[in-house]
Design a protein around this ligand. Structure first.
Ligand code: ADP
Length: 264
């Protein structure tokens, strides 16, 4: 029983192929066309696995570009898919914090990784990967370098939540001679505070899985753990949680259909 999950996000598109307990993945930038990016990660994944479309039992698409993939069997929301995938990557997690390119979400799950409650910010760039990208660009750095540059630095206070004003604030701080490391540490803390405020509106988990591209940033993880007073677990494949969850849900669909068929 082979299934595929495709997560077409605002910044990256990911595809996961699930075959029993083994899985493989492909990730590439989404670019300007979500439809094309979704198609490309799927084709690349089939190539990698040496399979054809006909070998795939069920395909679920998720992410902001999910409705553009006409070859998928079904589209499902990111909340459902991320919860399922994160729960698989961090068994026993009861809370998922996902920070992607253009939104951030906090999801509470039950023991099976189904959504019990959630809160989402997709209206404002503050507290998302986009905020970090804008700030990194203002400081001539890449997002992948931020954690290293801020390691051990005392965070400076970033007062503005709005991305545009915060960018001006960062430029002023640089002009005043404040070190890049301190500014970046302040930015990490600002993202963590924003997401913590959102999380605390619905509760506090015991075991927290952190997913999405921003989970690769060790600085944000540290401040989240400090703000929430909880351990935060980041699985190595955490950016793939949505696509993995979609592939797992596709497998559940096939299994349920099989049970129904056998009952008839
Ligand atoms: P989406 O699903 O919306 O496309 P992702 O979950 O792929 O978003 O996350 C993209 C974000 O992850 C980027 O905006 C960036 O801030 C962050 N990111 C990506 N790669 C890295 C990295 N190597 N280190 C730190 N942050 C990263």
């Amino acid at each position: 029983m082979i299934t595929v999950g495709i997560d077409v996000g605002s910044i990256t598109s990911k595809a996961v192929l699930l075959n029993g307990s083994a899985w493989q993945s492909v990730l590439r930038p989404t670019g300007y066309s979500p439809r094309q990016a979704g198609r490309e990660v799927f084709d690349e994944l089939l190539d990698k696995a040496g399979l054809a479309r006909a070998d795939i039992g069920y395909i679920i698409a998720t992410g902001y570009g999910r409705t553009t993939l006409d070859f998928a069997d079904k589209a499902m929301t990111e909340i459902t898919c991320h919860a399922k995938g994160a729960h698989h990557l961090v068994p026993g997690a009861d809370m998922v914090i996902d920070i992607g390119g253009q939104d951030s979400k906090v999801i509470f799950t039950d023991r099976q990784g189904n959504v019990a409650d959630f809160s989402m910010n997709d209206k404002c760039a503050a507290g998302t990967g986009r905020f970090l990208q804008v700030m990194a660009a203002a400081m001539g750095a890449d997002v992948s370098e931020l954690a290293e540059l801020a390691r051990g630095e005392e965070p400076v206070q970033i007062s503005n939540m709005c991305t545009v004003f915060a960018e001006s604030e960062v430029i002023s701080l640089l002009a005043e001679g404040v070190g890049r490391g301190r500014i970046i540490a302040g930015i990490h803390r600002s993202v963590a505070k924003r997401v913590t405020a959102m999380a605390e509106r619905i509760g506090k988990g015991e075991l927290i899985a952190f997913t999405g591209g921003v989970s690769k940033n060790e600085g944000v993880r540290e401040y989240l753990a400090r703000e929430l007073g909880r351990e935060i677990v980041v699985a190595p494949e955490s950016q793939l949680a949505g696509a993995l969850g979609a592939a797992l849900l596709a497998r559940e669909k096939l299994l349920n259909a099989k049970v129904l068929h056998e009952k008839k």
